[in-house]
Design a protein around this ligand. Structure first.
Ligand code: GDP
Ligand code: MG
Length: 139
């Protein structure tokens, strides 16, 4: 059975460009409930740990540098079918391929600086939520 929670980050590009409010508004208007939320920043070490699955990819070092370049917003979101529905809401990794009206279509700058992260499975949603939030920090 699909879990009802997913994990997201608003990435440094979208935070720097002043899109926190607009993105959270779009997320909540799309039926997701925020159950944990924080503004924070990743060190290079923490960004490398978060994206360890991509270690062998050519873009890994750039991605780690980008993700540790400024503040991010981390959140856990709740909705039926959360993981799949949120991936639909954010659109394709490459914003030039993201459907019109998706968060990446509206706010992303490039395939790397693509505004938001969304977990790709229930298992990763759980791992990624635990990476940022203790039990005390979620409702
Ligand atoms: P996602 O699940 O849609 O976020 O995409 P992936 O898991 O495949 O990649 C993780 C993140 O790495 C993406 O969200 C981008 O920020 C970045 N990324 C993915 N592909 C590329 C690429 O080809 N070049 C660069 N520079 N960054 C990439
Ligand atoms: Mg991914």
């Amino acid at each position: 059975m699909a879990s009802n929670r997913t994990f997201t980050m608003i990435k440094p590009d979208a935070v720097a460009n002043g899109h926190i409010g607009a993105i959270l508004d779009k997320i909540t208007k799309s039926g997701f409930k925020i159950v944990a939320l924080k503004l924070t920043a990743l060190t290079k070490e923490k960004a490398g740990e978060f994206y360890a699955v991509h270690k062998e990819r050519g873009f890994y070092n750039d991605l780690v540098a980008f993700m540790s370049s400024g503040p991010i917003v981390a959140a856990i979101l709740e909705k039926d079918n959360a993981v799949e529905d949120f991936r639909k809401l954010i659109g394709a990794t490459d914003p030039t391929k993201a459907e019109v009206g998706t968060i990446r279509n509206l706010f992303a700058k490039s395939i790397e600086a693509n505004a938001v992260h969304g977990s790709d499975s229930d298992e990763n949603a759980e791992i990624e939520g635990n990476f940022y939030f203790s039990a005390f920090e979620r409702v």
